[in-house]
Design a protein around this ligand. Structure first.
Ligand code: CMP
Length: 139
């Protein structure tokens, strides 16, 4: 059975372009309930750990540098079928390929600066949520 939680970040470009409010509005309008929310900035160590799975990719260094370049919003979201529904809401990794009306189509700059993160599995949603939030920060 599909889980009911996912983890997201509004990435530095989404914050820098002034779209925190617009993106959170799209998320809540789509029926997601915010269970945890934080405005923070990733350290290099945190970004390297969070994206460890991409360590061998050619863009890893660029990704870590970008994700530490400014503040982000981190959030845990709840909804039936959360992981798949959220990935549909944000659209393809590359905004040029994202469907009309999706968050990345509306607000992302490029494949690297793609405005938002969404967990790719129920298992990773838990790992990523716990990476950013302690139990007393989740409501
Ligand atoms: P996301 O899917 O949230 O997590 C992995 C991130 O790596 C992805 O978003 C992009 O921000 C980034 N990424 C993926 N592919 C590339 C690429 N070819 N060049 C630069 N960054 C990328």
């Amino acid at each position: 059975m599909a889980g009911n939680r996912t983890f997201t970040m509004i990435k530095p470009d989404g914050v820098e372009s002034g779209n925190i409010g617009n993106i959170l509005q799209k998320i809540t309008d789509a029926g997601f309930v915010i269970k945890a929310l934080k405005y923070t900035r990733l350290s290099e160590e945190q970004a390297k750990k969070f994206y460890e799975v991409h360590a061998e990719r050619p863009f890893y260094g660029e990704l870590v540098e970008y994700m530490t370049s400014g503040p982000i919003i981190a959030a845990i979201l709840e909804k039936d079928n959360a992981v798949a529904d959220f990935r549909a809401l944000i659209g393809a990794t590359d905004p040029a390929e994202a469907a009309e009306g999706t968050i990345r189509k509306l607000y992302a700059e490029s494949k690297a600066k793609n405005a938002v993160h969404g967990s790719d599995s129920d298992e990773n949603a838990v790992i990523e949520g716990e990476f950013h939030f302690s139990a007393n920060e989740i409501f």
